[in-house]
Ligand binder design. Structure first.
Ligand SMILES: *[C@@H]1O[C@H](CO)[C@@H](O)[C@H](O)[C@H]1NC(C)=O
Ligand SMILES: *[C@@H]1O[C@H](CO)[C@@H](O)[C@H](O)[C@H]1NC(C)=O
Ligand SMILES: *[C@@H]1O[C@H](CO)[C@@H](O)[C@H](O)[C@H]1NC(C)=O
Ligand SMILES: *[C@@H]1O[C@H](CO)[C@@H](O)[C@H](O)[C@H]1NC(C)=O
Ligand SMILES: *[C@@H]1O[C@H](CO)[C@@H](O)[C@H](O)[C@H]1NC(C)=O
Length: 426
């Protein structure tokens, strides 16, 4: 395959974008591509930082309910502990508490990839994983409608950094980690220079060198963004009190900033809970000026999971779908009321209470244990889903005729490791 420079970043599987690094030719880019942005040594990072591209595309595509979507992810906290923190509970009072929201598995990385890719492809580890280029993501859906997006990672050294981690250069402490960066793990993102340039940093210590704060100041924040605090700020290596305080420091000023609040929906959430034997229930809070005032301080106990982030964005902007778990996922109720989506309840025959814990992964290409290792194909039958939204054309083109199994359904009852799809038991 040739990777010639072309104009528009197309969907995964359709090769039509500038894949080459600056200064390389298409024939030499493949080798360079694997290593240029992954080195973690100080000198290599400085060298790559000097040439790495940053871009801040903007757009103003009207949504049915919100015009901007901001997802902020914290780490490893049980629901009860999170809602008991005074800062998290203060934010809950300003918005809607989503009291029945679940992660999809353990550990971190598969949860992060699920929120952009519509599945975790059997992943049960936090390794240096790369999802095959023919797997599409929310970024393809957003680009299709020309909705600007950006991913902001606290303390990532430069835009598009692909390394496994970047420690605090003074203390050596955990800081930025790839496993919490959902975009970079997909080759359909990482193999395109334009897309890498939209994966940027955020810093509360060095605001002048924080891409997030520069974009904010210039009124160049995108319409869809994903924010990952560093390993201390997100409660991974610190207490929930520390994370709550970080959220207060970061978000409170933004909620009063006109460059941020532009009919904005903020989703505060966690990747997973901490108790592996418990149901993987996490705290999520929906707030921002897109949430109607009369809903502030209310609770919504509808069933949601990470795929809700996809379905809600798809419903809001009338995007096509990925043909995976995004299709059946409940749309946030206050959004669904405007978009006409039906918020579903679990079919009692599944016995959700007793059987589903979402605390371990089913098999797949990233599972280092047993079961099928084939990528599941998107379910092209889901072109006729209850929502009426169609699968992105380029996805249909890539996967039509594929012999790979598929297990996605137009339903909220997503499989988990204890109830795996046929063939995907570990
Ligand atoms: C953030 O990324 C930019 C662009 O790559 C880089 O110039 C800057 O030094 C980074 N900021 C910090 C605090 O590392
Ligand atoms: C993470 O960011 C916070 C500021 O948000 C900073 O105080 C802390 O030192 C950073 N953690 C590390 C390990 O650098
Ligand atoms: C947020 O956390 C900080 C530090 O723990 C605390 O001082 C502050 O009172 C908290 N804010 C609220 C609204 O409780
Ligand atoms: C998931 O939870 C069930 C029920 O508590 C338990 O039997 C199972 O061992 C858990 N899985 C893991 C990986 O902890
Ligand atoms: C996707 O990529 C994998 C690995 O390169 C390949 O085995 C598979 O056939 C591809 N599937 C489709 C539908 O392109």
């Amino acid at each position: 395959m040739l990777f010639q420079a072309a104009t528009i970043v197309a969907a995964a599987g359709v090769v039509a974008a500038s894949r080459c690094k600056p200064g390389t030719t298409s024939s030499s880019s493949t080798i360079g591509w694997e290593t240029v942005y992954t080195a973690t040594g100080t000198a290599a990072v400085a060298a790559a930082a000097a040439t790495a591209r940053t871009s801040s595309p903007t757009s103003k595509v009207k949504g049915k309910v919100f015009d901007r979507y901001v997802s902020i992810w914290f780490e490893n906290t049980d629901y009860a502990k999170a809602i008991a923190d005074p800062n998290f509970s203060a934010f809950a009072k300003q918005g809607i508490t989503l009291s029945n929201f679940h992660a999809v598995t353990h550990p971190s990385e598969p949860n992060y990839i699920s929120v952009v890719g519509g599945d975790y492809f059997g992943m049960q580890n936090d390794d240096f994983n790369q999802v095959n280029i023919n797997v599409s993501t929310v970024f393809d859906l957003l680009d299709h409608k020309r909705i600007s997006w950006g991913v902001y990672q606290e303390d990532m050294p430069y835009s598009g950094f692909e390394g496994q981690k970047y420690v605090n250069q003074k203390t050596g402490a955990n800081d930025y980690v790839r496993k919490h960066n959902p975009a970079v793990i997909f080759d359909s993102v990482a193999h395109f220079e334009d897309r890498l340039s939209q994966i940027k940093n955020l810093s509360l210590i060095d605001v002048a060198k924080s891409q997030f704060h520069q974009d904010l100041k210039a009124d160049k924040l995108p319409q869809w963004m994903f924010i990952t605090p560093n390993m201390t700020s997100d409660a991974h290596d610190a207490t929930i009190t520390y994370a709550g305080n970080w959220l207060n420091l970061f978000l409170t000023p933004l909620l009063k900033d006109k460059n941020f609040m532009q009919n904005t929906l903020v989703l505060i959430t966690f990747d997973e809970n901490s108790g592996y034997a418990l149901k993987n229930k996490i705290l999520s809070i929906a707030l921002g000026d897109a949430v109607p005032q009369h809903l502030a301080g209310t609770t919504d106990d509808s069933f949601y999971n990470h795929y809700t982030e996809l379905s809600t964005v798809e419903a809001n902007w009338d995007l096509p779908t990925l043909g995976r778990w995004d299709v059946g996922a409940n749309v946030l109720q206050f959004v669904a009321q405007q978009t006409g989506d039906k918020v579903r309840k679990w079919d009692p025959s599944y016995n959700f209470e007793a059987k589903y814990f979402y605390n371990q992964s089913y098999a797949g290409p990233f599972n280092t244990k047993g079961g099928l290792h084939e990528y599941p194909a998107p379910n092209l039958e889901l072109d006729h889903s209850a929502s009426g939204r169609k699968i992105l054309d380029s996805i249909k083109k890539t996967w039509r005729g594929s012999k790979n199994p598929t297990y996605y359904r137009d339903a909220i009852e997503v499989n988990d490791g204890l109830n795996p799809p046929a063939g995907y038991a570990v």
